[in-house]
Design a protein around this ligand. Sequence first.
Ligand code: PMP
Ligand code: GLU
Length: 403
Amino acid sequence: MPTPIKIASRLDPIKPSITLAVTAKAAKLKADGIDIISFGAGEPDFDTPEHIKAAARAALDKPGVGKYTDVAGLLALRKAIAAELSSVHKVALEPDQILVSAGAKHSLFNLFMALLDPGDEVLIPAPYWVSYPDMVMLAGGRPVILETKAEDDFAVTAAQVGAACSPRTRAIVLNNPSNPTGAVYTKAQIEALAKICVEKDLLIISDDIYRQLVYGDAEYFSIAAVHPEAGKRTILVDGVSKTYAMTGWRIGYTAGPLPLIKAMTKIQGQSTTNASHISQVATIAALTGPQDCVATMRKSFDERRLEMLKLLRAIPGVTCREPKGAFYAFPDVSAYIGKKSPEGSVLDDDVQLCDWLVEVGKVAVVPGSGFGAPGYVRLSYATSMANIQEGVGRLGRALALLS
Ligand code: PMP
Ligand code: GLU
């Protein structure tokens, strides 16, 4: 018998990441020789662009890349990030207002750890990216979920934000474009949100990891740029994972008020030190090199988006808003919840439905309840057109078996 180990009670409310769990399950089934099509991972299928890899290869032949960097990241990288974010968000950022971390997920974790006292509240519009509430709880804070409606394109309103504020509310998380819905805020919506955040003295955590992935007539508007006071209270979270197909390099960054960045750097200095040196070198190439790779990938995502949307909308009983950004479709499959499978089990919720879909339908999708939206499922279209056609076909054929 192994020695029983008591796990810290701070983990009691924490769930494993469902996006990673679905992806791992599909990968395991594939490794076992089962033909699964996975729409699980929010990860570009493209290889990292050649000029970025070349910069990393060249760095290997120079001395120094095997060494630590500044905890906050290489100065040359922080300069490049400060220049890029200053121009996008119309704020004047200095390199010492930038902290480079091991992915934007790590940036957000450091941020909540630096910001929250026990019981401090963070407003999180739902559907939300799975990790926000759990990270807030790990840091001792209290997530306050703001429900949005599909018919409003999942946009949280200024009135909702105002009504949800209490004396303990510290911040709001805005993820624009949104994972999982693909919604992109209009300029008017962003302006109204900026105004209420200023009025209510809220910090704005702007997770812009998908800001370069917007399609059709949608446009990304920075909340820091639309209101003179909002820029001073916005903490920008960004990274290269999605835009440059660099998920495995693990580079994300935060830009914000100096005292907060210093506090986050202190946490990082006592936990992980710097993000991988060679990945930082590659990120300099990504940010300062040619940007046509981004346009090429964006065009592919757009074509896949339209194909997936068309195929999903052709499935009886399934409705889907047009995703305008990121690389996810978020259809409502509630018409199929509570139905019976040919094997005789009743699929009581979206988690059971997704389990059945992967086992019987051989298609992996992420249950909406992980994003605070039961009755929905999330599909990533960052995969080949052939996978989209075959996989959504499988989804439709499997759903048709339910009665
Ligand atoms: N924010 C959102 C909304 C995401 O979807 C992701 C995806 N992983 C992240 C942050 C973190 O990305 P990464 O850690 O790969 O930079
Ligand atoms: N953000 C991606 C997703 O939502 C990657 C997995 C994760 O970090 O959660 O699928």
